[in-house]
Design a protein around this ligand. Sequence first.
Ligand code: SF4
Length: 327
Amino acid sequence: MEEKTYKFNVTHDKNKPAQIWFQESDEGLILFTVFYTQACRWSRCIGCNLPSKMSKEHIGYKTLIAQIDHVFNNPEVIQQRKSVKKIIISNNGSVLDEETFSSTALIYLMAKLNLNFPNLSVVSMESRPEFVEVEELDFLGRVLKEGDTPTELEIAVGIEAFDERIRNDIFQKGLSFELFENFVKKIAPYKFRLKCYFMQKPVPQMSDADAVNDIKQGIDYLSSIAAQYNLRINMHLNPTFAAKGTPMEKSFKEGKYTPPKLIDVAKAAHSGKDKNISIFIGLYDEGLAVEGGSFIRPGDEKLVEHLELFNKTQDYNILQDILPETG
Ligand code: SF4
């Protein structure tokens, strides 16, 4: 298999998070925070260069606390603090892996959320499922309940592809549905929310039609899991881009891979109509795509607007309007 060639980000100021940005969704204003920590210890997934934004070395709790303070001192965060309904906590890997994200810093962050975001309703934490300990989540959930408004906990995990061969043999996700469902069984009694990341067309070995079909199957699968375990599930559907320093960059440059078209992303998302999950379409490549390797092409501005509106409303008529053939 092709190697990844990206480097870690060694020049980043350790006292600042890697990135923060705001997103609009049907749940209201979301603050997305990516803390700068030791990179994902898995780091194998072929289309992923998220570790390139991270540190090669361990980042200790005092430095992480400085990053957290930096977020809460950000003028835009201060200005929007009463409007923030949801925060996504990420370190481009697993926030619940205490080897990369200190437990002290996590508790400090929960306290800062209670103190600063009075209308927060969801805290979402990204993690590979193997790092999830429900006792820890139960405790964090109790901490969050002490805030001004009831705040639920959401665990965000990457599944990426429905097809097991694509997911594990080609993409190298290292996640079986058996492991995923064991994780679901663990969190179900606590009624935590679940967000599942999927990638549309994550590998070159898929046609555009295969990629749409894979997402449709993913939607059906998550919908059945939501019904079976009575869980609230959101699919975060990321169209794939050709990520710098990964085998996907090479395939893209050799003409063996083209990112999915946004119209096909709309088509795939449309199959979520009348299913019991919500869908959020990721439209931001975090500056990680090679030039020309994004899923947003010149002329896509209107489509992007429609998809952003869908994210905010979950109104399937918006998708229907751009897909007249779906009748
Ligand atoms: S997709 Fe997630 S688990 Fe895979 S290498 Fe990237 S950060 Fe790590």
